[in-house]
Design a protein around this ligand. Structure first.
Ligand code: C2E
Ligand code: CA
Ligand code: CA
Length: 552
């Protein structure tokens, strides 16, 4: 173990030797012969020096001037200083304390007394540092979550008549920022945001760092309204420092019921800020009953999902895909629907994200895959000329070890050629876990399944990733199609994307085609396939059979 470091600032060489002899068994003793040199040694070792023994009378720079310089630096001022005084110098003892020394020892030195004093002062400082460690977040200097909870509980109990608000501030895409610019810049950004927050909410607020990129503030409701305005304004003005893509979101919870646990109050502020994640241009959300109802609704869905699967409340709809050139139906996508006995028809937009969060999606997906394979078998039996059906494979499914086997078992059971089963895997799954997905997808392609990358353009993947990824079809996200096709031709990158995909021998599907104008433009871009309301909406299996009949 390293010895603790002590700095002796003393012009008399004999005294320095004495101190060294007394202390060097237990400490690593650094020496300086006047205040000026002392400051130099100190600045080079400020993290390791635990204590300073200081003489008052020295040439070049004396003890008091040394103390005054030290106090100017926030970090240095935390290092304890013991002044060594001559005999009965009461005046210089008082002056030492006034200049910020913590204690004094008289000369000549008494070895045992000196050792004890040094040891106990170092210990005291370590204990204080430990208390601070629990109280303050090391990076931002805000309070820790634990200290925050305790303090606001106290504040609520002491001021039952006052109205308070809890603010949660979240930096959107912080992880991405960290990955892109490195940890140091990430840390710097957190410090800046913490500082901005502290300044905006004012002295009276209690702020803490809740976790990585989330901060909480507890403050008087009146002040809060002003504070949040100031903060959002300051954030905009500070754009140069906070990189372009970065957005800061605020969640507000007004404390109505002071009797509920503080943790729960904070959860609500955090919860509300999470509801606006990813929503462009919305920086503020206030917790209220609508939101509470949303939570309750989510809870109800979670409670109902297992029974729904057992009782076959889920059905599969099919939405045809068409070849753009001649309008021929060339495939379809299987999309799940939930028809609940009390709630009626539910769109997957409401329950799929929830199922992805709670893991139930893998059960539902297996059900949809099986149902789709059963339909393929049935249509083959009925003599339709088959077209490939795509099923959605959630990003959660990709982590499932038996994914490949599940699909193999299905095609065996229903005796279908795997080329009729297309698998749509969302783009974000590729960016989240590239190694795993490449491995799984390679296996599936080898077995004859066709892979479509879904929602391309909604996430972060780039075209140059394709060279390493094995896919067959690129499915371009509906929102991306819409925004690209609303731009003047020369500003749209869509046509370049299609060309590049073709060069890599990928086919391209455009999703969500709703107008003739969109269709025409896609045709000029030589996009291969289209799917959308312009052609057909998702429909139940028997209706879809009608379409297959016509296509015969
Ligand atoms: P997705 O895979 O991107 O599916 C396309 C969505 O766009 C479908 O919504 C479809 O009905 C809708 N759509 C198609 N054409 C148009 C159009 O022209 N205009 C508009 N406005 N919408 C159009 P749906 O069926 O509500 O599904 C939403 C999402 O839920 C799907 O997005 C998919 O991510 C997920 N999903 C649906 N069924 C399943 C499933 O069985 N398993 C999994 N894992 N996810 C599913
Ligand atoms: Ca899809
Ligand atoms: Ca899609």
């Amino acid at each position: 173990m390293h010895k603790k470091q002590i700095l002796v600032v003393e012009d008399n060489e004999f005294n320095r030797e004495m101190l060294k002899e007394i202390l060097s068994d237990e400490y690593d003793v650094l020496e300086a012969e006047n205040g000026k040199i002392g400051l130099e040694v100190l600045s080079q070792n400020k993290e390791s020096i635990q204590l300073i023994l200081l003489d008052v009378m020295m040439p070049v720079m004396g003890g008091f001037a040394f103390l005054d310089e030290m106090r100017k630096d926030e970090e240095l001022s935390l290092i304890p200083v013991i002044v060594t005084t001559q005999g009965d110098g009461e005046e210089s003892e008082i002056a030492s304390l006034e200049h910020g020394a913590i204690d004094f020892v008289p000369k000549p030195y008494r070895a045992q007394v000196l050792k004890h004093r040094v040891a106990s002062i170092i210990k005291l400082r370590e204990t204080a540092a430990m208390v601070n460690q629990f109280k303050y977040d090391a990076l931002t200097g805000l309070y820790t979550k634990e200290y925050f909870y305790r303090t606001i509980r106290q504040c609520l109990d002491d001021n039952p008549e006052k109205d308070y608000t809890i603010l949660c501030c979240n930096i959107e895409n912080f992880k991405l920022y960290n990955d892109t610019y490195g940890r140091e810049d990430g840390d710097q950004l957190l410090v800046e945001v913490a500082e901005l927050l502290r300044k905006s909410v004012g002295e009276g607020a209690i702020c803490c760092r809740y976790n990585a990129d989330r901060f909480l503030c507890f403050l008087d409701s009146e002040m809060e309204r002003l504070g949040r305005k100031l903060f959002l304004k300051a954030r905009e003005e500070n754009h140069s420092a906070l990189v372009k893509n970065l957005s800061v979101k605020l969640g507000v919870y007004e404390v109505v019921d002071k009797s509920i646990p503080v943790e729960q109050m904070c959860d609500r502020a955090i919860w509300v800020v999470d509801t606006i994640r990813g929503i462009y241009n919305q920086h503020l959300a206030v917790y209220d009953d609508t939101l509470r109802n949303k939570i309750l609704r989510e809870q109800a869905i979670t409670d109902a999902m297992e029974e729904a699967l057992e009782k076959e409340q889920f059905t599969v709809y099919f939405q045809p895909k068409f070849r753009l050139q001649d309008g021929k139906m060339v495939g379809a996508e299987a999309l799940v629907r939930w028809i609940h006995p009390d709630w009626g028809f539910m769109s997957p937009g409401e329950f799929i994200p929830l199922f992805e969060k709670n893991g139930f999606i893998s059960h539902l997906d297996e059900y949809v895959w099986e149902h789709t394979c059963a339909k393929l078998a049935e249509w083959k039996e009925k003599g339709y000329s088959l077209i490939p059906i795509s099923v959605n494979v959630s990003r959660v499914d990709v982590y499932y070890a038996k994914l490949v086997k599940t699909f193999c078992d299905l095609i065996d059971k229903y005796k279908i050629d795997p080329k009729y089963l297309h698998l749509e895997i969302t783009e974000s799954a590729y960016t989240e876990n590239p190694d795993q997905i490449i491995k799984t997808v390679d296996e599936l392609r080898e077995l004859g399944f066709v892979i479509e990358m879904d929602d391309f353009g909604s996430g972060y993947s780039s075209l140059n990733m394709f060279s390493q990824m094995s896919i067959d079809i690129l499915k371009i996200d509906m929102a991306f199609i819409r925004s690209e096709l609303s731009k003047p031709e020369e500003r749209s990158i869509l046509s370049d994307i299609i060309n590049m995909a073709h060069r890599m021998e990928l086919k391209v599907v455009a999703e969500g085609v709703e107008t003739d104008d969109q269709k025409n433009r896609l045709q000029t871009m030589v996009c291969d396939y289209a799917q959308g309301y312009l052609y057909a909406k998702p429909m139940p299996a028997d209706e879809f059979e009608g379409w297959m009949n016509q296509a015969k």
